[in-house]
Design a binder for this molecule. Structure first.
Ligand code: PLP
Length: 459
């Protein structure tokens, strides 16, 4: 090993050597194997990887149950929910499981959020407090109503909206707060609800990525006036496209049910269109798949939970790796994503990025780096497009829009604050559905890199 190499260039070269070893045949393979030495040598430095088998990438998972449900919906000739009962049955079942009085299904998480805001009366000239660290759909539903998304900076430890900064963002025009429970990790919902209650501002929880996450035994999506879930294909409970609005305020939910159905009175005995609305109905096909997926999801969620807790608990035994901060000790994260704090001082100065590279070479897909969030919806071009539109110019004074533009600087989200914290992270929605042996290999890969940290630090 040439000590004049920078660590970066060495790691690059050793990764290439590793790839070559993977494709080498015959004598070349033997040579590599000899060079590799024992299984204790880091795979990054030519040793044998802990895991050679890849992880499944198959998603969504289905079998004949989904196929039969689809065919059944097809043959029923009730393709629209107005004549079928699959959508309505799922709504009742899901509401009960989630601990909400009511659920209204829609054709997406975006439309669930939009319907919630509109039924709460959010409109032109209003302001909605939210997080910049989310998928753009959270923001689109506000701007499409000509309401200003007022971004509150994030907590550097979690990436969730910093609840301590919310109060300062409230104005007389604030009509709603939309916290986001991102990737299975609950925002500081208790604190947010306390502030919202104090100012009597309704909360719409964006729980699109976090079905079955909980705080103190209560599922996220059931704290606010409404909570919205997405069943889009990349999520953990899926129907291709689809969404749900959860809530317990009877009148609000009546409006939401009407809203997704062109404003029809949800009371089937009544006729007419007493409420505002549009067509955001879920089809019976989507609901048929969703019903079967939900049975599967409950078991998947259980396995993910068991594996996630196991891996996290074992990795936390490695000095320098710490579970991500929770806002309540009794928080159930869903392990849709997996994240741990990394303290390079406990790893001989090796960066999280280099540690992750070594773990990846052992066959475990993980990335590492500074806890920086970057990007952010407050930087998207769509915002300025809206601000310059006739609708916004009519709804807000020029002074307010200028002041708003100037406020789009968020030191934590923009990575401007000194933040030396590092983390390791991975998308584990599928990985954590693996076997105990898969989990043991993940754990062993981390331990192996930690055991060999001296070698890695010398590279
Ligand atoms: C945080 C968040 N909010 C809203 C949405 C919108 O959901 P959908 O794609 O079902 O419309 C998504 C979907 O990716 C999301 O991740």
């Amino acid at each position: 090993m040439r000590t004049s190499y920078s660590r970066r260039s060495f790691l690059k070269q050793s990764s290439a050597a590793l790839a070559a070893a993977g494709t080498a045949t015959g004598a070349a393979r033997t040579l590599y194997a000899q060079a590799a030495g024992s299984a204790n040598t880091l795979a990054l430095l030519g040793g044998t990887p802990v895991r050679t088998k890849g992880f499944s990438k198959v998603w969504p998972i289905f079998d004949q149950n989904e196929e039969q449900a689809l065919v059944q919906a097809l043959r029923s000739r009730n393709w629209c929910c107005l004549r079928g009962n699959v959508v309505y049955d799922f709504e009742k079942n899901f509401a009960r499981d989630m601990g909400a009085s009511q659920c209204v299904l829609s054709n997406g998480g975006t439309t669930a959020l939009g319907a919630s805001l509109q039924c709460l009366g959010v409109g032109a000239g209003d302001e909605v407090i939210t997080s910049p660290h989310t998928f753009i759909a959270t923001i689109n539903v506000m701007t499409n109503l000509h309401a200003l998304p007022v971004f509150v900076d994030i907590d550097p430890d979690t990436g969730s909206i910093d609840a301590d900064r919310i109060e300062a963002a409230i104005t007389e025009n604030t009509r709603a707060i939309v916290p986001v429970h991102l990737s299975g990790f609950p925002a500081d919902i208790r604190k947010i609800m306390t502030i919202a209650d104090k100012y009597k501002i309704p909360v719409v929880e964006d729980a699109c990525q976090s079905v079955y996450a909980e705080v103190d035994g209560q599922k996220v999506g059931t704290f606010g006036a409404t909570g919205c879930i997405s069943f889009q294909e990349w999520k953990s409970l899926v129907s291709g496209e689809g969404g749900a609005i959860l809530g317990s305020d009877k009148e609000l939910m009546r409006r939401c049910a009407a809203f997704v159905n062109n404003g029809r009175d949800p009371d089937k005995e009544k006729s007419g269109y007493p409420f505002p609305g549009s067509n955001h109905r879920m089809t019976e096909f989507q609901a048929a798949v969703l019903t079967e997926q939900y049975k599967r999801f409950k078991e998947q969620d259980r396995i993910r939970q068991q594996n996630g807790r196991y891996v996290e608990g074992e990795l936390a035994k490695i000095p320098g790796l710490k579970p991500r901060k929770r806002y309540s000790p009794n928080t159930r994260i869903t392990y849709f994503y997996f994240e741990m704090d990394y303290d390079r001082n406990r790893f001989k100065g090796v960066s999280a990025s280099d540690f992750a590279k070594a773990v990846r070479a052992e066959g475990i897909p993980i990335s590492g780096g500074p806890r920086q969030y970057g990007g952010g919806c407050h930087r998207e071009g769509m915002l300025e497009e809206h601000l310059r539109s006739r609708g916004f110019e009519r709804a807000f004074s020029r002074a307010r829009l200028d002041q708003y533009r100037a406020s789009l600087r968020l030191p934590v989200m923009d990575g401007l604050t000194e933040n030396k914290r590092e983390r390791l992270s991975a998308e584990t929605k599928i990985v954590f559905l693996g076997t105990k042996q898969d989990m043991d290999e993940i754990i062993e890969a981390f331990h192996k890199v930690a055991r060999n940290i001296d070698t890695l630090a010398r590279v």
